[in-house]
Design a protein. Sequence first.
Length: 436
Amino acid sequence: MKAARARPRCRRAAGAVIIAASLTSCGLVPASKAGAAAHMLMPPPARSSELIVITDQETPAAMKTTGALLAGSARAGERVIIIGDRGGAPLASAVAPAPPSIQAPQPPAPLPADPTSFQKARHSQAAQQYHAELQQARQSLRNRQHAQLAAWIRDVATQAESRARHLHTGPPDIAAALGEAAADLSSLRQSGSGSAAGETIVIIGADAATALSAPSAPASLQGSTVIVDNFPGTADQEAAWQAALDQSGARRTVVLTPATESQLTTTVQQGLDGAVADTLTSVLFGLGSSTLEPAALPQLRRLLHLLTVTYPDATATIDGYTDNLPAPGGNLQLSLRRAQEVFTWLVANKVPASRLQAIGCGDTNPVAPNTPHGQPLNRRVVVIIDPATGSLSALPTTRAGPKRVGQHNLCCVVRPAALRVPLPPKLSDSGHGRLP
């Protein structure tokens, strides 16, 4: 009798181990803590990342933008360093707190080998209650982490503002500030606490006088993402800054103009995620047309190389966009046809269709105001390559939006490992011409 009574308890114990293992595999429970502490719920571990912000400590707008950037990009374990642009004086340095944990609900016991209808009904009811409690626990965990990071951001901002008030001022010196940023990153790497993949430097508050001459960036920015926000200079000055930062060996350089400043947080998140972005030149279409022109072939071959050689097992989502000007048949269908053209070309060149998905986004998610100067920026095709996945065969290969909006402000949810390959603006749909 004792042996017979012991069997159900053994089954329940085995079931608890199976559920605990399932939680572990989903990233909800650390594998090292499965077992005795298997019912502690934790967020998935964040990538190691370092954010260095070079800001104009004398301009309230720049300090406000700095605080907003921290709020939009903060993540557990992130190291943040804020440097003044007037000689590279340190304003703040801090590491975001580790993620919190919360008690997870107890999963229901498994059914016996030959359950009765009553047992099945009770088990189904218990499972529904468990999933509801699990969702509540997850939401509570997210709220707790949000509050934790918000308090940390306030402390960092207060530290930077207090330090800025006591600094001796002088003219902006972006080159010196970049030198300090490079020295900080070098120290982190030597100590083993740095992560080149997630190193991101942001320059905020550069004025028109600063834009006149490109900074001489140090050569030790290799592997970093360097972003200039709200660049006020001309197109030639912007090109000079881009070239100077490229020569520093940065993995990626982005110069955001006032028209694209809204993409700051998105771009910084990509840098902290370790995303590699490769900007291809224009894939040209005729006016209101979705037919690929011969001039597009070099860029398409480059994309093909990425999908067949660099990332032979990756999936790709092809998003087509338009501006808000009317087009024959509607912008949604026009954007879908453009995405399908790239899809068809890749399949014809031996990329399996199961790895691709074409989506028409119409005029959604503009990256610039829909004005005559901003509309060309919104006429684009974006190819998002995800090296971490193997097949999209369970998803429809083509569809029209509008669709979900991911954390990176694109027309689809992008995984942290994703490689973004924008195919920048083409000829205007309405005859306004090319980008200057």
